[in-house]
Write a protein that binds this ligand. Structure first.
Ligand code: CP3
Length: 369
């Protein structure tokens, strides 16, 4: 990149500073498809059971108890930042926290995931989803973010706030827990579209308020997890889900923080997801990243997409597959390296630490050294 000014004969060409103002976060810059000094990397589920320090700090019982303790939640958020040198922290929280906080009756069972006492069945259940008031319903989340911002700001590491996207949240509320078929939630969306629409409206309202509160408390980016959207056909996604996802993203657009929309198995949905308003589209490991970039177009950044299971193989395999991801990411700006889904609990943390170094050294998308 040159200045366009006349060059002094014999002198090195003048360079435009690609990082004009403030401490440069490679993560935020890549989300905005700007130049970076290195490819940024973080890992979904970077906090968690793969870290011995997590297992030591996390008490027995539901993860909701750990999340409700701001000092502990902040500590669990920081552990992977210290160990791996990742370019972003993600708040230690869970997608069911806001619906739990408004009293829907949901817990997170270790080894299973979210489980709902009385699943959502009909419009009579809508009154169980009142609007959220973050200062009174989730003060511990706001407190954890405040603690984290104090720790992370001097390091120049942004904090990612997050929420479940309306469909993925609704799937837990309607199914009552994890599902293989999503039969109940699909029966509701097709069989009673009015109630389905009202359910998503209620979840949109809660989610927008929850995300806005996270940014007000200091989160520097937002990820919307639509983890199970890939179980929908493109037609179902477009008719029954995308409008609500768009409303959530519209509801935070004025905040000016980067937004990431992620789901698993979304190969056929990537083009639609690119119209959601999210600035970054998360891609799972099934779609080669160059193909994903073509489906998404060049107005969005991409995040991904090494298969988390590969991290259990010998490091030569991890390195070669990671290099393949970096090669497919190309040289245009706008790549945040990540896994294609969360870190598996049996992953050796040493592998992830070496992977961070490899990405920092070898990533090329938008890199100006
Ligand atoms: O490091 C991070 O990624 C931050 C924390 C985080 C958690 N959950 C903590 C957690 C994040 C971003 C989530 C999001 C989340 N929660 C999603 C979307 C991401 C994805 O994986 O697709 C979903 C679907 C949930 C619901 C949920 N919570 C599941 C499916 C599980 C796993 C159940 C299990 O024990 O295997 C949880 C529990 C959970 N949330 C753990 C962690 C670290 C597991 C460990 C524990 O209970 O200590």
């Amino acid at each position: 990149m040159t200045t366009g000014l006349p060059e002094v004969p014999g002198a090195a060409p003048r360079r435009v500073d690609p990082f004009p103002a403030g401490p440069a976060s490679a993560f935020l810059a890549a989300c905005r498809r700007q130049a970076v000094h290195h490819t940024p990397v973080w890992f979904m589920r970077q906090a968690g059971r793969s870290l011995p320090e997590y297992r030591a700090a996390r008490r027995e019982g539901s993860i909701l108890g750990a999340i409700a303790d701001p000092e502990l939640a902040a500590e669990l958020t920081l552990q992977p930042v210290r160990r791996y040198g990742v370019d972003a922290a993600i708040l230690f929280c869970d997608i069911v926290v806001p619906v739990h906080a408004v009293g829907f009756g949901v817990d997170v069972v270790p080894g299973t995931g979210p489980v709902v006492d009385t699943p959502f069945r009909s419009s009579a259940d809508l009154r169980r989803l009142r609007p959220i008031e973050p200062e009174t319903d989730v003060p511990y989340v706001l407190r954890a973010i405040a603690l984290l911002v104090d720790e992370l700001a001097p390091l120049g590491v942004p904090l990612i706030g997050f929420a479940g996207a309306p469909f993925t949240l609704a799937s837990y509320l309607v199914e009552g827990g994890p599902s293989r078929t999503f039969g109940k939630v699909k029966a509701l969306m097709h069989g009673d579209p009015a109630t389905w629409g009202a359910l998503l409206d209620a979840l949109c309202g809660i989610t927008v308020t929850f995300l806005r509160a996270q940014v007000a408390a200091g989160a520097g980016a937002l990820q919307l997890f639509d983890s199970w959207a890939g179980w929908l056909s493109p037609d179902e996604y477009e008719r029954f889900v995308l409008p609500a996802t768009r409303r959530v993203l519209d509801g935070v657009a004025d905040l000016g923080v980067p937004t990431i929309l992620f789901g698993v198995g979304t190969g056929e949905l990537l083009g639609l997801m690119a119209t959601s308003g999210a600035g970054v589209i998360g891609v799972d490991w099934r779609v080669p990243l160059d193909a994903a970039r073509r489906r998404i177009g060049d107005e969005r950044a991409v995040q991904g997409n090494l298969d988390p299971a590969i991290c259990l193989a010998p490091f030569e395999v991890v390195a070669s597959q990671a290099r393949d991801v970096l090669r497919r990411a190309g040289t245009d700006p706008g790549h945040v390296f990540n896994l294609g889904h969360g870190v598996l609990p049996e992953t050796d943390p040493g592998v992830l630490a070496a992977l961070v170094d490899l990405v920092h050294d070898e990533g090329r998308a938008g890199v100006v050294r």
